[in-house]
Design a protein around this ligand. Structure first.
Ligand SMILES: [Zn+2]
Length: 71
């Protein structure tokens, strides 16, 4: 395989503002999104959640270390 002709295809963790985290593969360094299937009004039936600070903090406390030590 020739080098330099393939974009770097790496695993990235995507964090949504609602606290949901997804691991996917991408050539881009997209790590933050505003909305996802979990919090999109179409799927949740609610308006976009704005008061998410507590949830995000909880999520980070619960999973933050796990994600750090994963790599
Ligand atoms: Zn979301």
């Amino acid at each position: 395989m020739q080098e330099g002709i393939h974009p770097e295809y790496k695993e990235v963790n995507i964090n949504c503002v609602c606290g949901a985290t997804y691991q996917t593969r991408s050539t881009k360094n997209l790590t933050k999104i505003d909305i996802c299937a979990n919090c999109h009004p179409f799927y949740s039936g609610k308006q976009k959640i704005l008061d998410t600070e507590g949830r995000i903090e909880k999520f980070r406390k619960k999973f933050g270390d796990a994600y750090k030590t994963k790599k």
